[in-house]
Design a protein around this ligand. Structure first.
Ligand code: 2F8
Length: 282
């Protein structure tokens, strides 16, 4: 069996802003759209972690403006599930050098009854003594700072009309991008030229299988050859002969290194002819 391991790069997410801002649904421009690569090797604006995509938007907005900008781009204001996610956010908030980031938590509906803009969570991380509802504070900011006296990584309630940077989040449905396509090919030099190409949006951390054999919907005749490239054209994984019951048909799996649009290339070994149906993400 020739099952080739993925040879993907470490996280290099320069293309993520385009994906995150354009990957689903209608768009409205977010402020501070230009991604800035930070010391973590990722953009400070659009980052994927733990199966979630985040936008760290540095331009201050009111809570409602922030909620709206997240929403029209297919996101919600971030829900913080636990201390691990909080720590992840803290790293990027600190890297931006800013305090008071709007998160999804608010008690706009009923004073004292806090809810999330997106998925619910029971996690809280209040600064000692907060929330105070001081001067009608219905929205919550992470990494609370006030004047020169308070610098923290904790939460505070603040007036929703204040303009703060904000964090959007989405949790893509990792089973929503299953699919298949058919191809007939000849003389593709092992799927390097004249291939049938198919674009697919994949998410960081997703385990993806691409195959002409061995998963539902996959078929092949002849010696198929499959490759997948990232948005820069760099090959991420490939398979010639999956072997075993698949013989000279193909099957590879890999963990998606960064969210983006990938291209599956279907062809045949050497100068041979083949055909099939490529199924992916089953
Ligand atoms: O001392 C806590 C108190 O500090 C500020 O008010 C003086 C905060 N205001 C803003 O962040 C706008 C209060 O939210 C906070 O409770």
């Amino acid at each position: 069996m020739t099952l080739h391991p993925a040879s993907w790069r470490p996280a290099l997410l320069a293309s993520l802003a385009a994906v995150a801002l354009g990957g689903c649904g209608p768009e409205a421009p977010l402020p501070d759209e230009e991604p800035t690569k930070d010391a973590l090797g990722v953009t400070s604006q659009s980052i994927s972690s733990g199966g979630h995509d985040y936008l760290f938007v540095r331009t201050p907005k009111t809570w409602q403006q922030a909620q709206s900008l997240c929403s029209v781009n297919g996101y919600k204001l971030v829900t913080i599930d636990n201390a691990t996610e909080e720590a992840f956010l803290a790293v990027h908030e600190a890297y931006a050098g800013l305090y008071n980031w709007w998160i999804g938590y608010n008690d706009i509906g009923t004073e004292g009854f806090f809810v999330w803009d997106g998925p619910t969570s029971s996690y809280t991380n209040w600064y000692p003594g907060e929330p105070t509802n001081n001067s009608n504070e219905d929205c919550v900011a992470d990494r609370f700072s006030y004047g020169s006296s308070i610098r923290s990584e904790l939460w505070n309630d603040a007036p929703c009309s204040m303009e703060f940077p904000f964090i959007c989040e989405r949790s893509p449905d990792l089973t929503a991008n299953e699919g298949s396509f058919s191809f007939t090919a000849t003389n593709t030099a092992s799927a390097t030229t004249g291939t049938t190409n198919h674009a697919v949006v994949l998410y960081a951390g997703q385990l993806v299988t691409v195959a002409t054999c061995g998963v539902p919907g996959a078929t092949g005749t002849g010696d198929t050859y499959l490759r997948i490239n990232d948005s820069t054209g760099t090959q991420v994984a490939f398979s010639d002969d999956a072997g075993g019951a698949c013989g000279s048909r193909s099957n590879f799996s890999f963990v998606v290194p960064s969210s983006g649009t990938y291209t599956i290339r279907a062809g045949c070994f050497g100068t041979t002819s083949c055909s099939g149906t490529v199924a992916y993400n089953h």
